[in-house]
Design a binder for this molecule. Sequence first.
Ligand SMILES: [Zn+2]
Length: 260
Amino acid sequence: VTNPLLDILAADRVAAVTCNSAEMAEVVLQAAEERERPAVRLVSEHALLLSSGSRLVAALVAMTAASRFPAVVQVDHMHVLETVESALAAGPQAIKADGSAGFRGQRSLHLAGRGPRAKARGGRGSRARRASRRRRRLRISMQASAASATDPREVREFLARTGVDCLAVAIGNLHGNYVAPANLDWELLRSITRLVDLPLALHGASGLDRVDVIAALHLGIRKINFNTEFRTAWFGAMSGRIRERERGASQLELLDEVRR
Ligand SMILES: [Zn+2]
């Protein structure tokens, strides 16, 4: 049995988009379906830790079944080992362990290496056992990233020791809005691509020039993560429509317009 995220990455290049609500996930699925593309929806560790977090992940996973094209849910940027276990219980197909603490700091190794084998927590009832068997069958895909800039000399050891399926490179990409034009290190990306034969991910794509995105795809990036750009567009559309609603539009119309 293979993992659905790895199947997508083997066949195609994909945009991964952070979704803070089922409505946002619906927009991502609709956009992907219109383009006849697969979709990866991300839930941040921060969102997972909210009281609504595991139900949000479960809802997004359930939406996958009604999608006409391959779609998966990944819990993104996990820092805390205990949270990885509760994330697994919510049923995502992939988890990204955050290595920003540094490869040498061992934390990311531990975090990423533990994930696929993490056991279901709580009761020993047959439901828990079935869930745990299903997770083993699905093989949760693990992605990890290296410290501030990926050091090509460490990549092979990092992959061997973590057993991750996907590597998020740090080549000068940043999260949030770029304050200055991005200065991505293409030579570094080339040297990483030559070293590995697993899919590479690029985070922090909001605000990147289209030419940079295309260059990254040419140089071996298979998955590109967006958050800020989508979130800004979403809340911008929402607040504009809410002002209009005060003039009488219905809630359903409002949500339908924001989706578009
Ligand atoms: Zn990221």
